[in-house]
Design a binder for this molecule. Structure first.
Ligand code: HEC
Length: 207
């Protein structure tokens, strides 16, 4: 029995010595099972880079880049209504859709209600409003498939059709319920153009 304990003790010490060495320093990185994007290509400031054809690490801004604070050039395919990128918040009917405390009817006199204006409204509507309100304005936009409650309003029913132009303008400007305000996204002109297009959709629906 004495021998058994002695052998056992030697075996334990030998095992611990073999599998549990301590105090050894490794200079190699540990084996990485999941590298987690630890090692990435990068360019040091003022250093060359083989990534680019000309070998230069620091790049010039891409041609046509517009620095923040400078006027954007016009996209050639748009009606020139964009020249009035006016998000002003005056208190005229043009800016608010209101006469005093009441929604106004009709369009501000300064607007030229021609085909280009309506076309602009259609284009902006299809970009900004269609995802929720649908192409025809009936409220069955693509989000209704995923985000059904509460539904976006049907813009071509009798209720919304009865709203004066100023109220629709006001709704676009300030939003309502889950619909956000669009006064920072759409110029005053564009908002009126959308109102005109919504009115034309309502007329097409017989309201
Ligand atoms: C993110 C989805 C969304 C977008 C985008 C959106 N709307 Fe709406 N809109 C709604 C919802 C939701 C309501 C219902 C709000 C309520 O009644 O609480 C609504 C209501 C309305 C109403 C009726 C307001 C009332 O008083 O009942 C009008 C008019 C309207 N939207 C016009 C527009 C126009 C024009 C655009 C594009 C500039 C637009 N909406 C963009 C979701 C949206």
């Amino acid at each position: 029995m004495r021998w058994f304990f002695l052998i056992l003790a030697i075996a334990v010490v030998a095992t611990v010595y073999a599998i549990g060495p301590r105090g050894v320093k490794f200079s190699d990185p540990p084996f990485e099972l999941f590298p987690d994007m630890d090692h990435q290509y990068r360019v040091n400031p003022q250093k060359p880079s083989g990534f680019f054809e000309d070998g230069q690490g620091s790049r010039k801004p891409i041609e046509g880049t517009v620095p923040v604070g400078f006027e954007l050039p016009h996209a050639g395919n748009e009606a020139d209504l964009t020249s009035d990128l006016d998000f002003s918040r005056g208190d005229s009917y043009f800016d608010t859709g209101l006469f005093g405390d009441f929604y106004g009817s009709g369009y501000p006199e300064t607007l030229e209600l021609d085909a280009a204006f309506l076309a602009r409204g259609k284009q902006r509507f299809q970009i900004t409003c269609t995802p929720c309100h649908g192409n025809s304005g009936n409220g069955a936009g693509v989000v209704s498939k995923y985000w059904a409650i509460p539904p976006s309003a049907n813009l071509i029913d009798a209720r919304v059709s009865a709203m004066p132009e100023g109220q629709i303008f006001w709704t676009i400007t300030h939003g309502k319920g889950l619909m956000g305000p669009y006064n920072g996204v759409l110029s005053v002109n564009d908002r009126w153009a959308i109102v005109a297009y919504v009115k034309s959709l309502q007329a097409a629906a017989g309201n």
